[in-house]
Write a protein that binds this ligand. Structure first.
Ligand code: NAD
Length: 347
Protein backbone atom coordinates (compact mmCIF):
# COMPACT_ATOMS: atom_id res chain seq x y z
CA UNK A 1 0.00 0.00 0.00
CA UNK A 2 1.36 3.40 -0.94
CA UNK A 3 1.66 6.33 1.44
CA UNK A 4 -0.72 9.15 0.51
CA UNK A 5 0.60 12.66 1.06
CA UNK A 6 -1.66 15.71 0.77
CA UNK A 7 0.24 18.70 -0.60
CA UNK A 8 -1.66 21.99 -0.53
CA UNK A 9 -0.85 24.89 -2.85
CA UNK A 10 1.13 22.60 -5.14
CA UNK A 11 0.43 24.72 -8.24
CA UNK A 12 2.26 27.70 -6.76
CA UNK A 13 5.93 28.54 -7.01
CA UNK A 14 7.47 26.36 -4.29
CA UNK A 15 4.86 23.59 -4.37
CA UNK A 16 5.27 23.05 -8.11
CA UNK A 17 9.04 22.72 -7.68
CA UNK A 18 8.52 20.43 -4.70
CA UNK A 19 6.00 17.86 -6.03
CA UNK A 20 8.02 16.60 -9.06
CA UNK A 21 11.12 16.33 -6.84
CA UNK A 22 9.18 14.41 -4.17
CA UNK A 23 7.42 12.01 -6.56
CA UNK A 24 10.67 11.19 -8.27
CA UNK A 25 12.53 10.55 -5.03
CA UNK A 26 9.83 8.44 -3.32
CA UNK A 27 8.26 5.75 -5.53
CA UNK A 28 6.25 4.64 -2.48
CA UNK A 29 4.29 7.88 -2.28
CA UNK A 30 1.14 9.14 -3.94
CA UNK A 31 0.69 12.91 -3.93
CA UNK A 32 -2.72 14.56 -3.80
CA UNK A 33 -2.40 18.24 -4.66
CA UNK A 34 -5.19 20.47 -3.31
CA UNK A 35 -4.99 23.92 -4.87
CA UNK A 36 -7.64 26.57 -5.48
CA UNK A 37 -5.79 27.91 -8.52
CA UNK A 38 -6.03 31.51 -7.40
CA UNK A 39 -4.32 34.09 -9.62
CA UNK A 40 -1.03 32.75 -8.12
CA UNK A 41 -1.59 29.11 -9.01
CA UNK A 42 -0.55 27.81 -12.40
CA UNK A 43 -1.43 24.24 -13.27
CA UNK A 44 0.91 24.51 -16.25
CA UNK A 45 3.75 24.47 -13.69
CA UNK A 46 3.03 20.76 -13.19
CA UNK A 47 2.90 19.59 -16.81
CA UNK A 48 5.81 17.22 -16.28
CA UNK A 49 3.80 15.10 -13.80
CA UNK A 50 0.19 15.49 -14.99
CA UNK A 51 0.11 11.92 -16.36
CA UNK A 52 1.92 10.36 -13.42
CA UNK A 53 -0.43 7.71 -11.94
CA UNK A 54 0.89 8.55 -8.46
CA UNK A 55 -0.26 12.17 -8.78
CA UNK A 56 -3.79 13.53 -8.37
CA UNK A 57 -4.87 17.17 -8.68
CA UNK A 58 -7.95 18.46 -6.86
CA UNK A 59 -9.08 22.03 -7.44
CA UNK A 60 -10.47 23.39 -4.20
CA UNK A 61 -10.18 25.63 -1.19
CA UNK A 62 -8.33 24.66 2.00
CA UNK A 63 -11.03 26.60 3.87
CA UNK A 64 -13.70 24.15 2.61
CA UNK A 65 -13.94 21.75 5.52
CA UNK A 66 -16.24 19.29 3.76
CA UNK A 67 -13.81 18.97 0.88
CA UNK A 68 -10.80 18.56 3.15
CA UNK A 69 -12.64 15.86 5.15
CA UNK A 70 -13.60 14.13 1.92
CA UNK A 71 -9.96 14.08 0.79
CA UNK A 72 -8.73 12.63 4.08
CA UNK A 73 -11.40 9.90 4.01
CA UNK A 74 -11.18 9.11 0.33
CA UNK A 75 -7.38 8.94 0.14
CA UNK A 76 -6.52 7.92 3.74
CA UNK A 77 -4.03 10.75 3.99
CA UNK A 78 -0.88 9.86 5.94
CA UNK A 79 0.90 13.20 5.84
CA UNK A 80 0.29 16.83 4.93
CA UNK A 81 2.77 19.31 3.48
CA UNK A 82 0.99 22.63 3.60
CA UNK A 83 2.15 25.31 1.16
CA UNK A 84 -1.19 26.93 0.23
CA UNK A 85 -1.30 30.57 1.19
CA UNK A 86 -1.78 34.09 -0.01
CA UNK A 87 1.90 34.97 -0.31
CA UNK A 88 2.44 38.48 -1.67
CA UNK A 89 3.17 41.18 0.92
CA UNK A 90 2.06 44.05 -1.36
CA UNK A 91 -1.36 42.43 -1.84
CA UNK A 92 -1.71 41.97 1.91
CA UNK A 93 -1.24 45.71 2.39
CA UNK A 94 -4.04 46.47 -0.08
CA UNK A 95 -6.44 43.62 0.83
CA UNK A 96 -5.63 41.82 4.08
CA UNK A 97 -8.96 39.96 4.40
CA UNK A 98 -8.15 37.05 2.13
CA UNK A 99 -4.79 36.61 3.89
CA UNK A 100 -6.57 36.14 7.22
CA UNK A 101 -9.08 33.75 5.64
CA UNK A 102 -6.69 31.53 3.70
CA UNK A 103 -3.59 31.67 5.87
CA UNK A 104 -5.24 31.50 9.28
CA UNK A 105 -8.69 29.93 8.80
CA UNK A 106 -7.50 27.64 6.01
CA UNK A 107 -4.57 26.37 8.08
CA UNK A 108 -6.90 25.83 11.02
CA UNK A 109 -9.31 23.82 8.87
CA UNK A 110 -6.52 21.58 7.62
CA UNK A 111 -4.83 20.98 10.94
CA UNK A 112 -8.15 20.36 12.69
CA UNK A 113 -9.31 17.84 10.08
CA UNK A 114 -5.90 16.14 10.27
CA UNK A 115 -6.14 15.93 14.04
CA UNK A 116 -9.69 14.52 14.02
CA UNK A 117 -8.92 12.08 11.24
CA UNK A 118 -5.61 10.77 12.54
CA UNK A 119 -6.63 10.57 16.18
CA UNK A 120 -9.91 8.80 15.40
CA UNK A 121 -8.59 6.28 12.92
CA UNK A 122 -9.15 2.65 13.89
CA UNK A 123 -5.47 1.77 13.95
CA UNK A 124 -2.05 3.02 14.97
CA UNK A 125 -2.75 6.73 14.66
CA UNK A 126 -4.29 7.22 18.07
CA UNK A 127 -0.83 6.38 19.38
CA UNK A 128 1.12 9.59 19.65
CA UNK A 129 3.84 9.75 16.97
CA UNK A 130 3.37 6.12 15.97
CA UNK A 131 5.88 4.78 13.47
CA UNK A 132 4.54 3.85 10.08
CA UNK A 133 6.47 2.04 7.39
CA UNK A 134 6.45 3.83 4.05
CA UNK A 135 7.96 1.48 1.53
CA UNK A 136 10.95 3.80 1.11
CA UNK A 137 12.10 4.26 4.66
CA UNK A 138 10.64 4.22 8.09
CA UNK A 139 9.37 7.67 8.94
CA UNK A 140 7.24 9.21 11.61
CA UNK A 141 3.70 9.41 10.26
CA UNK A 142 1.14 10.80 10.29
CA UNK A 143 2.74 14.20 10.21
CA UNK A 144 1.50 17.74 9.47
CA UNK A 145 4.28 19.89 8.00
CA UNK A 146 3.48 23.60 7.88
CA UNK A 147 5.52 25.75 5.49
CA UNK A 148 6.17 29.23 6.82
CA UNK A 149 8.38 32.25 6.42
CA UNK A 150 11.15 34.10 8.23
CA UNK A 151 8.99 37.23 7.95
CA UNK A 152 7.19 36.17 11.15
CA UNK A 153 10.27 37.34 13.08
CA UNK A 154 9.94 40.95 11.92
CA UNK A 155 12.95 42.97 10.85
CA UNK A 156 16.66 43.01 11.78
CA UNK A 157 19.14 45.87 12.10
CA UNK A 158 22.46 45.68 10.33
CA UNK A 159 23.64 42.72 12.44
CA UNK A 160 22.20 39.50 13.92
CA UNK A 161 20.34 36.50 12.57
CA UNK A 162 16.88 34.99 13.15
CA UNK A 163 17.05 31.79 15.18
CA UNK A 164 14.19 29.46 16.10
CA UNK A 165 13.91 31.25 19.45
CA UNK A 166 13.70 34.79 18.05
CA UNK A 167 10.39 36.26 19.30
CA UNK A 168 7.69 36.67 16.66
CA UNK A 169 7.17 40.31 15.61
CA UNK A 170 5.39 40.26 12.23
CA UNK A 171 5.07 43.64 10.54
CA UNK A 172 2.82 43.13 7.49
CA UNK A 173 -0.66 41.60 7.27
CA UNK A 174 0.99 38.76 5.31
CA UNK A 175 3.58 37.98 7.98
CA UNK A 176 0.99 38.44 10.74
CA UNK A 177 -1.31 35.91 9.06
CA UNK A 178 1.59 33.45 8.69
CA UNK A 179 2.57 34.01 12.33
CA UNK A 180 -1.03 33.27 13.32
CA UNK A 181 -1.03 30.07 11.28
CA UNK A 182 2.27 28.98 12.87
CA UNK A 183 0.76 29.49 16.32
CA UNK A 184 -2.32 27.44 15.47
CA UNK A 185 -0.19 24.55 14.21
CA UNK A 186 2.05 24.79 17.27
CA UNK A 187 -0.98 24.66 19.57
CA UNK A 188 -2.24 21.43 17.95
CA UNK A 189 1.05 19.81 18.87
CA UNK A 190 1.16 21.21 22.37
CA UNK A 191 -2.51 20.67 23.24
CA UNK A 192 -3.47 17.53 21.33
CA UNK A 193 -0.12 15.87 20.67
CA UNK A 194 -0.55 16.12 16.91
CA UNK A 195 2.70 15.35 15.08
CA UNK A 196 3.37 18.77 13.59
CA UNK A 197 6.47 20.41 12.26
CA UNK A 198 7.04 23.99 11.10
CA UNK A 199 9.74 25.33 8.80
CA UNK A 200 10.41 29.06 8.48
CA UNK A 201 12.28 29.86 5.30
CA UNK A 202 13.91 32.94 3.84
CA UNK A 203 13.15 34.40 0.38
CA UNK A 204 13.10 31.80 -2.37
CA UNK A 205 14.01 32.32 -6.01
CA UNK A 206 14.11 30.07 -9.04
CA UNK A 207 11.91 28.76 -11.88
CA UNK A 208 8.09 29.06 -11.89
CA UNK A 209 7.76 32.05 -9.57
CA UNK A 210 4.77 34.32 -10.16
CA UNK A 211 5.46 37.42 -12.28
CA UNK A 212 4.52 39.71 -9.36
CA UNK A 213 7.61 38.82 -7.29
CA UNK A 214 10.89 40.78 -7.32
CA UNK A 215 13.17 38.59 -9.45
CA UNK A 216 10.69 37.83 -12.28
CA UNK A 217 9.74 41.53 -12.23
CA UNK A 218 13.35 42.59 -12.71
CA UNK A 219 13.99 40.11 -15.55
CA UNK A 220 10.70 40.75 -17.36
CA UNK A 221 11.01 44.53 -17.30
CA UNK A 222 14.67 44.37 -18.28
CA UNK A 223 13.85 42.28 -21.34
CA UNK A 224 10.92 44.51 -22.34
CA UNK A 225 13.06 47.65 -22.13
CA UNK A 226 10.86 49.00 -19.31
CA UNK A 227 12.03 50.71 -16.12
CA UNK A 228 13.11 48.10 -13.54
CA UNK A 229 11.27 49.22 -10.38
CA UNK A 230 13.17 49.01 -7.06
CA UNK A 231 11.52 50.08 -3.82
CA UNK A 232 12.97 52.99 -1.81
CA UNK A 233 16.76 53.13 -1.79
CA UNK A 234 17.14 49.46 -2.78
CA UNK A 235 19.09 48.69 0.38
CA UNK A 236 16.55 46.28 1.94
CA UNK A 237 18.30 42.98 2.51
CA UNK A 238 16.92 39.44 2.09
CA UNK A 239 18.60 36.06 2.59
CA UNK A 240 18.03 34.38 -0.80
CA UNK A 241 17.62 30.62 -1.15
CA UNK A 242 17.34 28.67 -4.40
CA UNK A 243 13.93 27.00 -4.45
CA UNK A 244 15.25 23.44 -4.97
CA UNK A 245 17.41 23.82 -1.87
CA UNK A 246 14.24 24.74 0.01
CA UNK A 247 12.44 21.67 -1.42
CA UNK A 248 15.30 19.41 -0.28
CA UNK A 249 15.19 20.93 3.20
CA UNK A 250 11.42 20.34 3.42
CA UNK A 251 11.89 16.73 2.36
CA UNK A 252 14.58 16.26 5.02
CA UNK A 253 12.58 17.89 7.81
CA UNK A 254 9.35 16.08 6.86
CA UNK A 255 11.14 12.74 7.16
CA UNK A 256 13.67 13.37 9.92
CA UNK A 257 12.65 16.43 11.91
CA UNK A 258 11.63 16.04 15.54
CA UNK A 259 7.88 16.24 16.22
CA UNK A 260 6.68 19.60 17.49
CA UNK A 261 9.87 21.35 16.39
CA UNK A 262 10.51 24.38 14.26
CA UNK A 263 13.42 24.62 11.81
CA UNK A 264 14.72 27.76 10.12
CA UNK A 265 15.84 27.39 6.50
CA UNK A 266 18.13 29.93 4.84
CA UNK A 267 21.00 30.10 2.41
CA UNK A 268 23.41 32.57 4.06
CA UNK A 269 23.06 34.64 0.89
CA UNK A 270 22.28 38.11 2.14
CA UNK A 271 21.73 40.46 -0.78
CA UNK A 272 20.21 43.91 -1.02
CA UNK A 273 17.62 44.54 -3.72
CA UNK A 274 20.30 46.67 -5.41
CA UNK A 275 22.69 43.67 -5.40
CA UNK A 276 20.00 41.41 -6.87
CA UNK A 277 19.03 43.83 -9.63
CA UNK A 278 22.64 44.59 -10.51
CA UNK A 279 23.58 40.90 -10.66
CA UNK A 280 20.63 40.06 -12.89
CA UNK A 281 21.47 42.96 -15.21
CA UNK A 282 25.08 41.78 -15.40
CA UNK A 283 23.98 38.24 -16.38
CA UNK A 284 21.54 39.61 -18.97
CA UNK A 285 24.28 41.87 -20.37
CA UNK A 286 26.31 38.71 -20.97
CA UNK A 287 23.57 36.34 -22.16
CA UNK A 288 21.41 38.78 -24.15
CA UNK A 289 23.36 42.03 -24.65
CA UNK A 290 21.42 45.17 -25.57
CA UNK A 291 22.36 47.02 -28.71
CA UNK A 292 23.55 49.91 -26.58
CA UNK A 293 24.33 50.29 -22.87
CA UNK A 294 23.58 48.01 -19.93
CA UNK A 295 20.29 46.74 -18.50
CA UNK A 296 21.45 48.50 -15.31
CA UNK A 297 20.51 51.81 -16.92
CA UNK A 298 16.83 50.76 -16.66
CA UNK A 299 16.84 50.55 -12.83
CA UNK A 300 14.40 53.10 -11.42
CA UNK A 301 13.77 53.75 -7.73
CA UNK A 302 10.07 53.95 -6.85
CA UNK A 303 8.11 54.84 -3.71
CA UNK A 304 8.91 52.40 -0.92
CA UNK A 305 6.52 49.67 0.28
CA UNK A 306 4.62 50.74 3.43
CA UNK A 307 6.27 49.27 6.54
CA UNK A 308 9.02 47.70 4.43
CA UNK A 309 11.19 45.44 6.65
CA UNK A 310 14.85 46.41 6.34
CA UNK A 311 16.72 43.17 6.74
CA UNK A 312 16.05 39.43 7.12
CA UNK A 313 18.79 36.88 7.72
CA UNK A 314 18.49 33.28 8.86
CA UNK A 315 20.60 31.18 11.17
CA UNK A 316 20.02 27.68 9.78
CA UNK A 317 22.50 25.94 12.09
CA UNK A 318 19.84 23.81 13.80
CA UNK A 319 18.84 22.29 10.46
CA UNK A 320 22.49 21.89 9.45
CA UNK A 321 23.69 20.41 12.74
CA UNK A 322 20.68 18.22 13.63
CA UNK A 323 19.71 16.99 10.16
CA UNK A 324 22.82 17.56 8.04
CA UNK A 325 21.23 19.96 5.53
CA UNK A 326 23.34 22.31 3.46
CA UNK A 327 22.29 24.58 0.61
CA UNK A 328 23.81 23.29 -2.63
CA UNK A 329 23.49 26.49 -4.64
CA UNK A 330 25.15 29.78 -3.80
CA UNK A 331 23.58 32.98 -5.10
CA UNK A 332 25.93 33.13 -8.11
CA UNK A 333 25.02 29.64 -9.36
CA UNK A 334 21.32 29.82 -8.46
CA UNK A 335 20.67 33.22 -10.02
CA UNK A 336 22.38 32.15 -13.26
CA UNK A 337 20.08 29.10 -13.54
CA UNK A 338 17.11 31.31 -12.71
CA UNK A 339 17.87 33.95 -15.34
CA UNK A 340 18.44 31.21 -17.93
CA UNK A 341 15.03 29.69 -17.08
CA UNK A 342 13.23 33.04 -17.44
CA UNK A 343 15.02 33.83 -20.68
CA UNK A 344 13.47 30.63 -22.06
CA UNK A 345 10.12 31.35 -20.39
CA UNK A 346 9.75 35.01 -21.50
CA UNK A 347 10.78 34.32 -25.09
N1 NAD B 1 8.13 32.37 -1.89
C1 NAD B 1 8.92 32.54 -0.85
O1 NAD B 1 9.97 33.18 -0.94
C2 NAD B 1 8.53 31.93 0.49
C3 NAD B 1 9.47 31.95 1.52
C4 NAD B 1 9.13 31.34 2.74
C5 NAD B 1 7.90 30.75 2.90
N2 NAD B 1 7.00 30.77 1.89
C6 NAD B 1 5.71 30.10 2.10
O2 NAD B 1 5.68 28.99 1.22
C7 NAD B 1 4.35 28.73 0.78
C8 NAD B 1 4.30 28.71 -0.74
O3 NAD B 1 4.77 29.97 -1.22
P1 NAD B 1 4.79 30.26 -2.79
O4 NAD B 1 5.78 31.34 -3.00
O5 NAD B 1 4.88 29.01 -3.54
O6 NAD B 1 3.34 30.88 -2.96
P2 NAD B 1 2.49 31.07 -4.31
O7 NAD B 1 1.69 32.32 -4.09
O8 NAD B 1 3.35 30.99 -5.50
O9 NAD B 1 1.53 29.82 -4.33
C9 NAD B 1 0.46 29.67 -3.43
C10 NAD B 1 -0.43 28.56 -3.96
O10 NAD B 1 -1.51 28.38 -3.01
C11 NAD B 1 -2.74 28.30 -3.73
N3 NAD B 1 -3.82 28.78 -2.85
C12 NAD B 1 -4.02 30.04 -2.41
N4 NAD B 1 -5.13 30.10 -1.65
C13 NAD B 1 -5.62 28.83 -1.58
C14 NAD B 1 -6.74 28.24 -0.93
N5 NAD B 1 -7.58 28.98 -0.20
N6 NAD B 1 -6.95 26.92 -1.07
C15 NAD B 1 -6.09 26.15 -1.83
N7 NAD B 1 -5.03 26.67 -2.47
C16 NAD B 1 -4.79 27.99 -2.36
C17 NAD B 1 -2.54 29.18 -4.95
O11 NAD B 1 -3.46 28.83 -5.99
C18 NAD B 1 -1.08 28.88 -5.31
O12 NAD B 1 -0.98 27.78 -6.16
C19 NAD B 1 3.49 29.82 1.41
O13 NAD B 1 2.89 29.29 2.58
C20 NAD B 1 4.47 30.92 1.79
O14 NAD B 1 4.04 31.65 2.91
C21 NAD B 1 7.29 31.34 0.68
Amino acid sequence: MKTNILVTGGAGFIGSNFIPHFLKKYPGYNVINLDLLTYAGNIGNLKEIEDNPRYKFIKGDICNRELVEFIFNEYLINGVIHFAAESHVDNSIKKPDVFIKTNINGTHTLVDVAYKFWMERPFAYNQKYSKCDSSDEEIILPRFHHISTDEVYGTLGSTGLFTESTPYAPNSPYSASKAGSDMIVRSYNHTYGLNTIITNCSNNYGPKQHDEKLIPTIIRNALKGNPIPIYGDGKNIRDWLYVIDHCKAIDLVFHNGAAGETYNIGGMNEKSNNDVATKICQILDELKPKQKGSYRDQIKYVEDRAGHDRRYAIDASKLENDLGWKAEENFESGILKTVEWYLEHYR
